[in-house]
Design a protein around this ligand. Structure first.
Ligand code: NAD
Length: 379
């Protein structure tokens, strides 16, 4: 039986954070969600638990050092799980500064305020058991060729402003452990998918483009490979590491589920053919669609797939060796790609009001991250 903890989650209104907060509440923990609600933060994602006595929310920007310190000191957490970040590679290409401010300076503020709080703890048990979990990505390791896997000792080689900012934050987290003794753990996870993902990331983009009968943009030739993990599997791994991981260690988390982007998009289109036959474009004699890329051809929803200009600096392949967390903490994913993708498509079909609410705002599924392209062509 796990102890019931007081867990401060940063970024709890985001995609992974909201899934994590729901899981922590369902497991009986008390949670303070610290989130400034950027475009990616959405309290509707927490509607199910917002009235739970064990759930609390505080609108705090982690770049505000004093506000972070007050949130920690007032809540008196046993554990901090740090997820707040700017997380979209394409947006980091258009505007890297916000990524450095949130992911680097914001992380330093969280580490520093946690250290001061931890150093002042007088309860010996609380002090011994306090943990700071820094949640990061496999993108810090750079790109793989066709062979090999990222392990916890793979050297860092980030390529995008996003992954470079996350790499910096990982180094800071380890430095606060090695230099000051703060009980830090770090996780590096592969691409997540599942319910409540903001519709700028590949999987919700594909689903919503299919439902709207619009061209599905696939970067380059769709050959880039990612290792996909269902978000609840990631959340359980984070809880396992925070509760039972070795202080000072890093754990890689992955789904053992490598797919090229084109395979992934084709699978999603086939699921939509089955689960949403009414949006199959081949049943529709309506007006022709306009695509700025090259149509790939295919049956059903797959006929919407269109190759578009590749992302600048697009890493070819990410794949995780998750044997350490499996061996030490007995964690393994519960979903495989068929079951996880099916659940995800079902969720977007059944929760139209959640994503319609987002698409009624500023963002309407348009492509981002092309500013370095235009800069290059202007030179
Ligand atoms: P997300 O963009 O969906 O959510 C980020 C959350 O952080 C939002 O709620 C946002 O409001 C909040 N936030 C942003 N800036 C903030 C600030 N200055 N102060 C307070 N809150 C702020 O991101 P996500 O996909 O849920 O990712 C969560 C974490 O997991 C990130 O650290 C990311 O690097 C990491 N990660 C993500 C993936 C993935 O596939 N999505 C994979 C591995 C690791």
């Amino acid at each position: 039986m796990n102890p019931k903890l007081r867990i401060l989650v940063t970024g709890g209104a985001g995609f992974i954070g909201s899934n994590l907060v729901r899981m922590l509440i369902s497991q009986g923990h008390t949670v303070l969600n610290v989130d400034c609600l950027t475009y990616a933060g959405n309290l509707n994602s927490l509607a199910e638990i917002s009235n739970d006595d064990n759930y609390h929310f505080s609108q705090v920007d982690i770049t505000d050092e004093d506000a972070v310190a007050s949130a920690i000191n007032d809540f008196q957490p046993t554990t901090i799980m740090h997820l707040a970040a700017e997380s979209h590679v394409d947006r980091s290409i258009d505007g890297p500064r916000q990524f450095i401010e949130t992911n680097v300076i914001g992380t330093m503020n969280c580490l520093d305020a946690s250290l001061k709080y931890w150093q002042r703890l007088t309860d010996v048990g609380l002090k011994e058991n306090f943990r700071f979990l820094h949640v990061s990505t496999d993108e810090v390791y750079g790109s793989l060729g066709s062979e090999g896997l990222f392990t916890e000792t793979t050297p860092y080689a980030p390529h995008s402003p996003y992954s470079a900012s996350k790499a910096s934050s990982d180094h800071l987290a380890r430095a606060w452990h090695d230099t000051y003794g703060l009980p830090v753990l770090v996780t590096n996870c592969s691409n997540n998918y599942g319910p409540y993902q903001f519709p700028e990331k590949l999987i919700p983009v594909v689903i919503l483009k299919c439902l709207n009968g619009q061209p599905i943009p696939v970067y380059g030739k769709g050959e880039n490979i990612r290792d996909w993990l269902y978000v609840e599997d990631h959340c359980q791994a984070l809880i396992d590491v925070a509760l039972r991981g070795q202080v000072g260690e890093t754990y890689n988390i992955g789904g053992n589920n490598e797919q090229t982007n084109l395979e992934l998009v084709t699978t999603l289109c086939q699921l939509l053919d089955e689960l949403s036959p009414e949006t199959n474009p081949q049943n529709d004699s309506g007006s022709p669609r306009t695509a700025s890329g090259r149509a790939v051809g295919g049956e059903g929803h797959a006929s919407l797939i269109t190759f578009v200009t590749d992302r600048p600096g697009h890493d070819l392949r990410y794949a995780i060796d998750a044997s350490k967390i499996a061996r030490e903490l007995n964690w393994k994913p519960q979903e495989n790609f068929q079951s996880g993708f099916r659940k995800t498509v079902q969720w977007y079909l059944e929760n139209e009001s959640w994503w319609q609410n987002i698409l009624s705002g500023e963002y309407q599924l348009e492509r981002q991250g092309l500013s370095s392209d235009s800069a290059a062509s202007a030179r």
